[in-house]
Design a protein around this ligand. Structure first.
Ligand code: UT7
Length: 327
């Protein structure tokens, strides 16, 4: 029997209507549109209303993905949602979405690996499908990062936004996920933190708002890590798949900073036209960036059936992940 592959059969995404522009941020912290665009590439981001949570955005994206296929929620075997901003600690977001979809036959769990989350979840889905254990898996990246953002800290508050993207994977003998690669550097985890239960005076001292929930980041350390791992994780996963950078039709990277993408493009030796970018519209939505960008690239005709696509993410943990997909 041929090894089974996880094939994309449908995708969908959700973005809140509310837009937070660089001009809005100029009113909130000591920053400028010019600085934000030059240092990050971001012009605006979407912010969920106060009564909209990660599970709502995940549900809207999942519902659209399902509507783009001929499968029903009851057909799903598994739901994996990648998020670092769950509505609650329990139940997890996947169970909340399972209930709302009526996906009564699906197992459901969340994955927490920040901006790498969608790739981690896709890797797990691919393993379940490759072994024949499950046939239809819903994978979602969904984040309500605005709730974790310190809007008094200009070093981070200009970066983040909210959104969700979802894909349904089905077992296929032909096309689909060719290889995945995931990794972690826990020692570097101190460079990107949000405390939750943990009491830590030194961590609190770094936070402008003195709020445990908010995110703190050593931006320049994470930036160096990000360029390095985006390049390495792309080369590693291509090697696993027996491909070279010349075989790639499109790279869909995590959208953290345009300078990370530009730096990696140079080192990868790939034409920048083959790297999908939408950071200017949405900023960094952690695990939601890659699935939303992949949906948009398909919508815009930049990715077509038969194309070889690399997805690559990096972030909190620190973690990284990459995947090669034959569309
Ligand atoms: O998704 C997870 C992965 N995340 C990332 O990959 C993010 C990686 N990091 C970054 O994108 C960048 O490090 C940032 C955009 C966060 C910061 O850019 P940077 O070029 O690393 O700037 P910096 O932190 O070295 O700061 C340079 C200067 C500082 O001023 P001084 O100390 O040189 O006087 C900052 O205070 O820029 C200042 N600064 C700002 N100025 C205006 C920092 N944030 C702002 C701001 N507006 N919003």
């Amino acid at each position: 029997m041929m090894a089974l592959k996880a094939k994309i059969v449908g995708g969908g995404y959700y973005l809140p209507d509310r837009v937070l522009t660089n001009a809005d941020l100029e009113q909130m912290v000591d920053t400028s549109d010019e600085w934000i665009v030059r240092r990050t590439g971001i012009k605006e981001r979407r912010i969920a209303d106060n009564d909209v949570y990660t599970s709502d955005m995940a549900f809207y994206a999942a519902r659209k993905a399902i509507d783009n296929t001929n499968i029903n929620p009851e057909d799903l075997d598994l739901i994996i949602i990648a998020t670092c901003t769950p509505d609650m600690y329990t139940p997890n977001v996947s169970c909340m979405v399972q209930a709302r979809l009526g996906a009564v036959n699906a197992a459901a769990f969340d994955i927490s690996s920040a901006c790498t989350g969608f790739i981690s979840a896709l890797t797990v889905a691919n393993q379940f499908i490759a072994t024949g254990y499950y046939k239809k898996v819903l994978v979602v990246g969904a984040e309500n990062l605005s709730r974790m953002t310190d809007y008094k800290d200009r070093n981070t508050c200009v970066l983040f936004g909210d959104g969700a993207g979802a894909f349904i994977f089905e077992a296929s003998e032909d096309e689909g996920v060719l290889a995945t690669e995931i990794g972690a550097d826990g020692v570097g985890g101190k460079n990107l933190t949000s405390l939750a239960f943990r009491d830590d005076e030194a961590e609190m001292a770094k936070r402008v708002s003195k709020n445990k929930q908010t995110l703190w980041m050593d931006g320049s350390e994470v930036l160096k890590f990000a360029v390095r791992t985006m390049v390495q994780a792309t080369f590693d996963v291509l090697e696993k798949a027996g491909l070279s950078i010349d075989d790639v039709d499109m790279i869909v990277p995590h959208q953290a900073n345009i300078r990370i993408i530009d730096g990696a493009v140079k080192r990868l030796g790939i034409d920048s036209e083959k790297v999908f970018v939408n950071i200017e519209k949405y900023g960094n939505m952690s695990s939601a960036c890659i699935p939303i960008a992949l949906c948009e690239a398909i919508e815009q005709g930049k990715i077509k059936k038969g194309d070889t696509v690399v997805l690559v993410g990096f972030g909190g943990g620190l973690t990284w992940g990459s995947a090669v997909i034959k569309m």
